[in-house]
Every structure is written in structure tokens, then in C-alpha cells.
Design a protein around this ligand. Structure first.
Ligand code: HMG
Ligand code: MG
Length: 306
């Protein structure tokens, strides 16, 4: 099997992770967390969302986070934007990259963004128009690509159609989200093959939640199809508040360990990443969801690893 030589890791912990925390994380802690992540070699970090503060109070401080965090050159910081109001707020905050999102199923979309798929696509079209006018880059997400908590199985073909619509709207990259972590490697591979018939493979990313411990196996299957952009969340933080039981994303530390072990470059300093994960877990009074965060440093890289 051929694997890419380099993988871009998209860190979603500050957004996908913290959006699901029961207790609010203070803004200065979020800023320190993001600044630490920015010093690990990551090239893309999702810092927050400009969604409704009534729906996701955890990220109500989005503008303050953007204002307070450092933005070193070479790192891209996409923020989630659901509608025109979110886009106006993001523009006011001075962001230059956004991520729009839609689900592969009607029911999840309705629960997550309170609109049908058709209405959502029209709204996202308006956001895309504003993004073009203001020279803002746009990433895209399709959620529930391997299963929906309300509708069950999802056809790969419907995911591919939505991914193409996001691509046609101008998204530079479309991330396929297994929101509730139901996917397994063969299904993941079939999804990539079907979607790549509609969207260039280099424009696709994968986003696995690790609810059933399948995330790393799924990533490996997708790397074998030529995928070279993978989302992950440091310390395995996260979940989606509108998908009952959705646990954290694949832990970034575990992903980076696997990639480096396979000789795949990421540009990321694993120790600095583990330290950033430990920082946020200590601030929230919990232990890291990545086993690596718990293993003493001298035992992390045994001699037989590459
Ligand atoms: P709504 O209640 O239908 O909104 O929510 P509305 O248009 O009817 O407006 C109602 C009020 O909200 C108005 O204020 C608006 O101004 C305000 P009022 O006039 O009553 O004072 N409002 C806003 N305020 C601030 N920012 C905004 C905004 N929009 C409206 N952007 C809405 C619709 C889409 C806003 C809401 O459903 C929402 O914010 N949903 C976001 C849910 C979310 O963030 N989910 C998690 C992210 S997706 C995810 O995690 C999956 C992913 O990780 C991939 C994967 O895992 O598969 C990406
Ligand atoms: Mg997610």
C-alpha cells in the first residue's frame, strides 16, 4: 500500500473539543492553549466558532479569543461559520479563513443548525459570497458521513454530492466527518473512493471521532487511498453537542505518533503537542484522552519505532 510522504494535521481541539465541555473554559486559558498549539509546528488550528451563543455558549467568547491569540505566519486558523450573522461577526473579528458545515442527513442538519439541507445550502451560498467579496478562504465540512444518530446508515453517494456542492461553492478543502464515530476502515475507504469521483482527492480531508476506537484504523485506510489531510483533537477532546454519545475526536498525539512511526512527515513536535494537551487537561481538571499523554517521556519512542 502506498502512503503519502507528508500529512497536514488540522487541529480541531480548541473548537470541536471545547464546544462540548460542560464547564466553561476561561478565555485566557483558551488563548494560552491555542498559543501553545501554535508553537508545535501545526499548520492549521481551528480556534473557535462564530455560531449562536445560545446554542453553543462554550464558544460565546469567539471574538475575544481571536483578538487575544497570536497568529504566527504559516499557521491557518479557520473558524466555524453557520450563517451570514456568523460571517459578519467573523469579519468584524478580522479572520481570514472560515469553515462552513452541513450534515449528510436532514435530521442531523435540522438538530445541529435548525434548518433543512436545502435552506442550509442557500445560507452557505450567501456566506460563500461574502467570503469571496472579502477575500476570505473557506474550508467545508460534511458531518455524519458514515452514519447518523437519527437516520442510521448514510449513502456514500449523498456525501459525495454534498461535498461537490461545497467544493463548487469555493471550499479549498472538504473535511468528511464521522461525527458519531461509527465508521470502520472498509466503509471509510469506500466513502473516499466514491467522493473522490466528484471532488479532487487532494481537496478531501478526514475527521474521525473515536467513539468506538476506530479512528486510527480509519485514518490508515484513508491514507492508503491517498488522503493527506487529517483532522484531530489534542488529548482526544471533544464531541458534538447535537450527537448524543459522540465522544472526542481522534487524539492528535496518537495520530502524530502513528504518522511519524510510518516515516510520514507532519512538521509537528510531538513532545510540544503532548505538553499542550497536558496543559488544557490540567486546566480542566481531567486526564488526557491520549494514552501518550500519560506515558513518561523516556518510554514514548521505543528503539524499534522509526
Ligand atoms: P437559529 O436559532 O435558527 O437562528 O439558530 P436564527 O437565524 O433564527 O436567529 C435567532 C437569534 O440568534 C437571532 O438573535 C440571531 O441574530 C442570532 P435575536 O434576533 O433573537 O437576538 N444568531 C446568531 N448570533 C450569533 N452568531 C450567529 C448567529 N446566528 C443567529 N452565527 C444557528 C441557527 C445556525 C445559528 C444555530 O443552530 C447554531 O449556531 N448552530 C451551531 C451548532 C454547532 O455549532 N454545532 C457544532 C459544530 S458542527 C460539528 O461539531 C461537526 C464537525 O466537527 C464535523 C463532524 O464531526 O462531523 C464540524
Ligand atoms: Mg467533529
Amino acid at each position: 500500500m502506498q502512503f503519502p510522504t507528508t500529512v497536514k494535521v488540522v487541529e480541531v481541539g480548541p473548537r470541536d473539543g471545547l464546544q462540548n465541555e460542560p464547564d466553561p473554559v476561561p478565555t485566557p486559558t483558551k488563548i494560552e492553549f491555542i498559543d501553545r498549539l501554535s508553537r508545535t509546528g501545526l499548520r492549521c488550528i481551528e480556534p473557535t466558532s462564530f455560531v449562536s451563543p445560545r446554542w453553543i455558549p462554550q464558544l460565546a467568547d469567539a471574538a475575544d479569543v481571536i483578538d487575544g491569540m497570536q497568529r504566527p505566519t504559516g499557521v491557518v486558523y479557520p473558524v466555524l461559520v453557520p450563517n451570514k450573522r456568523g460571517m459578519e461577526r467573523a469579519l468584524e473579528a478580522g479572520v481570514d479563513t472560515i469553515a462552513i458545515f452541513v450534515a449528510a442527513t436532514e435530521t442531523f442538519n435540522q438538530r445541529n443548525i435548525n434548518a433543512s439541507l436545502a435552506v442550509s445550502m442557500t445560507r452557505l451560498g450567501e456566506v460563500a459570497e461574502l467570503a469571496r467579496q472579502h477575500d476570505v478562504s473557506m474550508r467545508g465540512y460534511v458531518s455524519c458521513v458514515l452514519g447518523c444518530p437519527y437516520e442510521g446508515a448514510v449513502e456514500a453517494q449523498s456525501v459525495a454530492t454534498i461535498a461537490r456542492e461545497l467544493h463548487d461553492m469555493g471550499c479549498y478543502e472538504i473535511s468528511l466527518g464521522d461525527t458519531i464515530g461509527v465508521g470502520t476502515p472498509v466503509a471509510a475507504r469506500e466513502l473516499i473512493e466514491t467522493t473522490a469521483a466528484q471532488v479532487p482527492l487532494q481537496r478531501l480531508a478526514v475527521h474521525f471521532h473515536d467513539t468506538r476506537g476506530q479512528a486510527l484504523a480509519n485514518v490508515l485506510a484513508c491514507l492508503g487511498c491517498g488522503i493527506d489531510t487529517v483532522d484531530a483533537s489534542v488529548a482526544g477532546l471533544g464531541g458534538c453537542p447535537y450527537a448524543d454519545g459522540a465522544s472526542g475526536n481522534l487524539a492528535t498525539e496518537d495520530l502524530v505518533y502513528m504518522l511519524h512511526g510510518m516515516g510520514i512527515e507532519t512538521g509537528i513536535d510531538l513532545d510540544a503537542l503532548i505538553a499542550a494537551g497536558r496543559y488544557i487537561c490540567a486546566a480542566m481538571g481531567r486526564s488526557p484522552g491520549s494514552r501518550l499523554g500519560l506515558i513518561p517521556r523516556h518510554r514514548r519512542a521505543p528503539r524499534f519505532s522509526t
